[in-house]
Design a protein around this ligand. Structure first.
Ligand code: NAI
Ligand code: ENO
Length: 361
């Protein structure tokens, strides 16, 4: 791929434009909000102009409800040879694109499963897609050129391509992204009017669980509306489990010893199912997170500490597979969890300790 156009230079558009520019692709940037395109350009993501000749690939990184119309316009104005998008919902888009009169042979749907709870070009990161799945949803008429360009895009962004049918994709993301987003919002909403004394003692668990609730409401309204039936199905299953959990809790606290025993067993079963489901969530490059060992290290809140820790891993010859950081603003220290190959974890923890790092037991 020699040239690309990114339309919509928010979080996702800027991130992929940065990745493409760094790999030597000539990137053009466009956004309905000109200042967003200019900001992306100033970050090194490309040039904030439309191309004078059709580019190899146009990537539409606009909100889901806008993709079909931008696709039809872009094809009419011949911005690119082939087009793809990054929208979070696929079946409704393919239908809307057909209705908008788009040439579907020159289009392939796409969805990188990577993101953040922030919007706009300043949240963009060139490495956002590294090792993440990127779903492609070719239709029956999608050209080989469109598929090849999209595969090259995914590879240039360091992501892993996964080809799926649009319905299969939408049901999968309802389960692993959209319904969890709503539940995160429900949990966080409980805090809105809670007592300050309660919220103040929040720990990492509630922060992890509600991080995505910080996402832009306009984007999520769009996503929920476009995938409503599949999301409602998942929520209905949560509702059954919640009802059972409430009953079990009442039984456990109630006077009937037999019912209390059954309630406790039901709760234990729910927690066991939770462990089993969590263990199935893949880590980096498709390996399950359960297959890595965690080395927790306390670091002080000074610039460069993290870089020093990574350098220590490099000196010890240890590959960091993933990293989780619990950084509490205002606190002097943070906890960094390094995920490494279990066969090197003990040696790594010992060598860090010997080098003066505080490794938690
Ligand atoms: N936020 C996330 O974590 C993820 C989002 N996505 C998808 O990526 C797409 C973009 O989302 P974000 O980058 O998060 O949003 P964003 O709000 O950061 O950026 C969207 C950009 O599109 C521009 N825009 C809106 N309508 C336009 C139009 N008609 N023509 C040109 N530009 C237009 C906006 O001005 C804005 O700069 C959405 O389709 C979303 O479903 C996919 C994966 C993750
Ligand atoms: O913030 C995160 O960790 C996400 O996973 C965000 C996200 C949001 C929307 C998508 O369609 C895909 C990913």
């Amino acid at each position: 791929m020699r040239s690309a156009l990114v339309v919509g230079t928010g979080l996702i558009g800027t991130s992929l434009a940065l990745a493409l520019s760094r790999r030597g692709v000539d990137v053009y940037l466009s956004d309905a909000d000109e200042s967003a395109a200019r900001t992306a350009a100033s970050l090194g993501a490309g040039r904030a102009v439309l191309p004078s000749q059709p580019v190899d690939l146009a990537v539409l990184a606009v909100p889901p409800a806008r993709i079909a119309e931008v696709l039809a316009k872009g094809q009419q104005e011949d911005w690119a040879r082939v087009f793809t998008d990054v929208g979070s919902v696929k079946a409704r888009l393919h239908d809307a694109a057909a209705v908008a009169g788009a040439d579907l042979s020159r289009f392939i749907g796409g969805h990188p499963l990577a993101g953040r709870e922030r919007s706009g070009p300043l949240a963009g990161r060139a490495d956002l897609f590294e090792g993440r799945p990127w779903v492609l949803t070719p239709g029956p008429t999608t050209s080989r050129d469109a598929l090849n360009q999209a595969l090259e895009l995914v590879s240039l962004c360091g992501a892993v391509p996964v080809v799926m049918d649009t319905d299969e994709h939408d049901h999968a993301v309802a389960l692993i992204s959209h319904a969890p987003h709503l539940v995160a919002a429900l949990m966080a909403a409980r805090l809105e009017n809670a007592r300050e004394e309660s919220v103040r003692i929040s720990g990492t668990g509630i922060r992890d669980l509600t991080r995505i609730a910080g996402g832009a409401p306009e984007l999520w309204e769009d996503i929920l509306a476009a995938n409503a039936p599949a999301i409602a199905e998942v929520l209905a299953a949560y509702a059954d489990d919640l009802t059972a959990a409430v009953q079990a809790l009442h039984a456990v606290a109630g006077p009937d010893a037999e019912a209390a025993k059954r309630g406790a067993a039901d709760l234990a079963d729910l927690l066991r199912r939770g462990n089993a489901g969590h263990a199935r969530i893949p880590g980096k490059h498709g390996a399950t997170s359960a297959s890595y060992a965690v080395v927790p290290v306390l670091i002080s809140d000074r610039p460069g500490e993290l870089a020093r820790l990574f350098a220590a891993a490099g000196s010890a010859g240890v590959n960091i597979e993933d990293v989780r950081i619990d950084h509490s603003p205002g606190r002097e220290a943070g906890l960094v969890e390094l995920l490494v190959d279990p066969t090197v974890a003990d040696r790594f923890a010992t060598s860090l300790g010997a080098a003066g790092w505080t490794v938690q037991a």
